[in-house]
Design a protein. Sequence first.
Length: 226
Amino acid sequence: MQTEIIEDTLTTEPSDQLEVYNYFVSSVYTINKPEFLDILKEVSHDKISKIPEDQQGYGLCHTDNLLDDERTTQFAEYIGSTAWNILKGQGFFMDNKHVFFESMWCQEYKKNAYMPQHVHPNNGAQLIGFYFLETPKKCPRVIIHDPRPGKVQIGFDETNPNDVTNATSMVNFEPTPGMLFFTNSWLPHSFTQNLSSKAFKFIHFNLGIRYAVENNSCELPDAEVI
């Protein structure tokens, strides 16, 4: 059956307005969760105090995995369920999948320490995130970099670097205590130099997914810890 064309409904009028479609977005998610601050500061302090000075290179200190401390359980459960909802909201089929922690650790930046641009490709991580504990004045900012190599290769001057536009090559976030931050693991990120004489501390975590045992279950699963 042929499609009928009713010519008097068609328009040949010219238009000066372009239709714009934005695809392949890069999303960042933040929420303020101060209720976890006290206990996670305590856990992080305990972990950092056990690291010898000679193992703290260039003013940057990494603890071992925080997941072996039961005091982090409620925080981990919240992270896991939120991550599941993020991936579901991005359009991924999550009904038969669990979120699991690939790792979760604390980082401490002393004066002049910084973190260069990087991603987290190992162990199947899908999301990464930060939970900020101590953010003194002049502490590092989180920088999110354009993940598209083609765009980076041919990019040129922006009209106003303070505006976020299609020309933007990076954006920055000012961390505050209790801020929780998520993004996809393929999105490059870095931290600027700590210009404060006080330490900058936050928790970093990597999250992956795996198939649930009951593939027919559509209930929101708890995060698995491995």
